[in-house]
Design a protein around this ligand. Structure first.
Ligand code: SF4
Ligand code: SF4
Length: 135
């Protein structure tokens, strides 16, 4: 299988990506590379960082904003006339996220990290051998 190399901007305090199947440590690599099916709907694209991923500085982890900050995510994705409904709709988005994303089931990303790039402490290169996520 051909290797695809991508460079992603990642917080310097983020943990290294664990091996697939290990407990998720919130490294953020999966969501920063490409959105999951829910993230595709929210982000309106299939490549690049998900619009919903959020860095939590107190935990030093990336988390899914659809779960941790659904009102904030909706403020960013709803058309301007509908943004006042963000608080009303946020419990529904959080419920949807609980059903759609694999929380607590371990790392399901097959991406291999080459680690930080010397020229920039905020970048990492990733080798993505996983097939495209189903939409
Ligand atoms: S699922 Fe894996 S790649 Fe995604 S945040 Fe968790 S540990 Fe990182
Ligand atoms: S888990 Fe959440 S933050 Fe990550 S790609 Fe899916 S919707 Fe986006």
């Amino acid at each position: 299988m051909s290797k695809i190399h991508q460079v992603v901007l990642i917080h310097p305090d983020a943990a290294s990506k664990p091996v697939p199947g290990a407990p998720c440590n919130g490294c953020g690599v999966c969501c920063l590379l490409e959105p999951c099916p829910l993230g595709v709907v929210l982000s309106g694209r299939r490549r690049g960082a998900c619009i919903a991923v959020r860095w939590h500085s107190e935990a030093h982890q990336y988390r899914c904003g659809a779960l941790s900050a659904p009102a904030d995510v909706l403020q960013n994705v709803l058309p301007r006339p509908l943004r006042r409904l963000a608080s009303l709709l946020s419990p529904g988005l959080a419920r949807l996220a609980k059903r759609w994303i694999a929380v607590g089931q371990g790392c399901d990303s097959m991406v291999e990290s080459d680690g930080p790039v010397a020229a920039s402490e905020t970048s990492s290169t990733m080798r993505n051998d996983s097939p495209p996520k189903p939409i």
